[in-house]
Design a protein around this ligand. Structure first.
Ligand SMILES: [Zn+2]
Length: 86
């Protein structure tokens, strides 16, 4: 409390102003389009440009959405016969 300027409640609270780690833009982190690094980057574009990916994308992968890269699996039809355990 105490940083509000004037009336109307529209004053920008300096506590919420961050400087983008990539482009240097001053922004209100609460309005950042970056979903997980709101306080570091002004938006997902800077986040992605700086990291090469977005944390959000990683989270989606970890949630179970398959990554684009498909790991090669063993060829089922070329399995060597397994000797039965006696
Ligand atoms: Zn930026």
């Amino acid at each position: 409390m105490g940083t509000s300027l004037g009336f109307g409640g529209t004053a920008v609270n300096a506590d919420n102003i961050k400087v983008c780690a990539r482009c240097g833009l001053r922004y209100d982190w609460r309005k950042s389009a970056s979903s997980t690094l709101k306080m570091t980057y002004c938006g997902s574009l800077c986040e992605k440009a700086d990291l090469g990916f977005t944390i959000d994308a990683l989270i989606h992968v970890e949630r179970g959405e398959r990554p684009i890269v498909k790991l090669p699996e063993a060829d089922d039809d070329q399995k060597e016969p397994v000797a039965p355990v006696v």
